[in-house]
Each structure stands twice: as C-alpha cells, then as structure tokens.
Design a protein around this ligand. Structure first.
Ligand SMILES: NC(=O)c1ccc[n+]([C@@H]2O[C@H](COP(=O)([O-])OP(=O)(O)OC[C@H]3O[C@@H](n4cnc5c(N)ncnc54)[C@H](OP(=O)(O)O)[C@@H]3O)[C@@H](O)[C@H]2O)c1
Length: 262
C-alpha cells in the first residue's frame, strides 16, 4: 500500500477532536496520536493551567488548545460543550476519557467516593455527548460519520482483585452505555465505540509502578506481561477515528495485553 493510500485510510486531516482529561496520562497519549494523524485537538480537564501547559507541549505535533471543563456535573458538561461550540462549528471526534477511581473496602466504601467515580465516569460521558450532539451531527454523513470513543477499562470486563467497587461498576456501565448509544446514534451517523485499556502508566496507576510493574498483580494476570505504551492506545483511537474504522460501532475493544480474556 502506498503512503498516500495509508494516509487516506488512517489520516485525520481536517478533523476536529475533543479529548476530555487530555492534560495527562492516557488522554495525553491519545491526543499526541490524533495530532500525529493530522487532527486539530482540544483538550480539557478541571485544571485550565495544566491543559494549557499540556497543549503547549503537544502543539509541536499539531494544532492543540487546552481549557477547563469539569465533566462530573451537568453544568460542567454544558459549559464545556459551549466552550467547544464557541471555537468550532462542528466536532468530528469526541473522546470521553476523563476518569476517576477510588479504592476502599466494601465494608467502609464512602458514598462520596462512589458518587465521584460514577459522576465522572458515567454521567459525564452521557451528558457531554448529549450536549455535543448538535456539533457531532453538523458534518456527519453515512460515508464520513462522527465518532464518540469512550474510555472504559478491563476492570469493567473482569472482576478486579482490589477494592475498586465504584470504578469497576462505572466501567461496566460505560461499556453498556457505548452499545446503547451506538444503536441510538447510528441513524444520525455517529459511531460510538469504547476502548477498555489494560495497564498504562499514569497518575491513576502510579501506585502499581511504584511497587515495580513486573511484581504487580495486574502484570501477573496479563498474558503479554507488560504495560502498554502511548502508540498502542493512541493507534487504536486513530484507527477507530479514521476511514478505516467507519464500519464499526457499539464495540468494546480491549487494549490490554490480553488481560480481558482471562
Ligand atoms: N491508566 C490505565 O492503566 C487505565 C486503565 C484502564 C482505564 N483507564 C481509564 O483511562 C482514562 C484516563 O486515565 P489515566 O490513567 O490517564 O488517569 P489520570 O492520569 O489520572 O488522568 C485523568 C484525567 O482526567 C481528568 N479528570 C479527572 N476528573 C475530571 C473531571 N471531573 N472533569 C474533567 N476532567 C477530569 C484529569 O485532570 P484533572 O484532575 O485536572 O481534572 C486528567 O486529565 C480514565 O477513564 C481511566 O479510567 C486507565
């Protein structure tokens, strides 16, 4: 296949994307790959300064801007959608990546932790997508549909061996929401898929790497025996966002070193 044919199949020139939680971790990795593929990318999180700083670094790879947006409240989702609307007339790719976790034993798991995780990981993606529907449908066609990619987790597929009850439940919920929204939004030419990552180094997973990743419980359960790298999560998102991924909707794709098959 020629380079031109490859770019036409996987390239994202002229596409506009929003990555929630793009200031660090997996969102930052995904943003880098979208920029490499030619997209214009907005990143958001609760911390405007962190987003601007990350966007500054990522701008070496393509046009990237950063601003604040809290997805854990209905007002936050509305304000974020408005911010995007002020900058662009349409949106081709929405990556619902922002996420929170909370570890506590079943016997004393606090309500506060449960609500924080559910609000960020489930309510946020639902209402942000709802608020962005006018922008997502603005240019979408059967041949060139818009994309919503939800970042789930292998913890929503297999039962984790650590106490993250709200987190695993929230990720199973976002996988189901992906399928349900995919069916609903297909006639509007919006494809909805989820990626269920295994283990990627980030602030959320730093505690596993502090103990030494090879020793960690997660890696012991992972057939490929290693964590994933930025190209491996970013490449999956580029594929789903590109012409090559235009016939896929309602899928939950484990990018997990085989963890999800256990
Ligand atoms: N790393 C892994 O191995 C792994 C595995 C499976 C799934 N995941 C999923 O991948 C996604 C990214 O995780 P990560 O590992 O990259 O974690 P991370 O390093 O903690 O990054 C989380 C991102 O989400 C943002 N965020 C948190 N709460 C938010 C809110 N209420 N509104 C807007 N933004 C918010 C954070 O910025 P602020 O704090 O500044 O708002 C940050 O940018 C999450 O959905 C996570 O569940 C990660």
């Amino acid at each position: 296949m020629s380079n031109d044919a490859l770019s036409s199949l996987f390239g994202l020139d002229g596409k506009t994307a929003l990555v929630t939680g793009g200031s660090r971790g997996i969102g930052y990795m995904i943003t880098g790959s979208l920029l490499d593929a030619g997209a214009t990318v907005m990143i958001s999180s609760r911390n405007a300064e962190a987003c601007q700083e990350a966007a500054g670094k990522l701008s070496e790879r393509g046009p990237c801007t950063g601003f604040a947006g809290d997805v854990s409240t209905a007002e936050g989702c509305e304000a974020l959608a408005e911010e995007v609307q002020n900058r662009h007339e349409s949106l081709d790719i929405l990556i619902n990546n922002a996420g929170a976790s909370w570890g506590a034993p079943l016997d004393n798991h606090p309500v506060e932790g449960w609500d924080k995780v559910m609000d960020t990981n489930v309510r946020g993606p639902f209402f942000l997508t709802q608020k962005l529907l006018p922008l997502l449908t603005a240019k979408a066609t059967a041949e060139d549909p818009a994309r919503v990619i939800n970042i789930g987790s292998v913890d929503g597929i297999t039962s984790p061996s650590w106490p993250s009850f709200a987190y695993s439940s929230s990720k199973a919920a976002i996988h189901m929401l992906t399928r349900h929204m995919a069916r609903d939004l297909a006639p509007r030419h919006i494809l909805v898929n989820a990626i269920a990552p295994g283990l990627f180094e980030s602030k959320m997973t730093a505690f596993m790497f502090d103990d030494g990743p090879v020793e960690s419980e997660v890696l012991r359960r992972m057939p490929l025996g290693r964590s994933g790298n930025p190209d491996e999560i970013g490449g999956s998102v580029v594929w789903l966002s590109s012409r090559a991924g235009a016939y896929l909707t309602g899928a939950v794709i484990p990018v997990s070193g085989g963890y999800a098959i256990l």
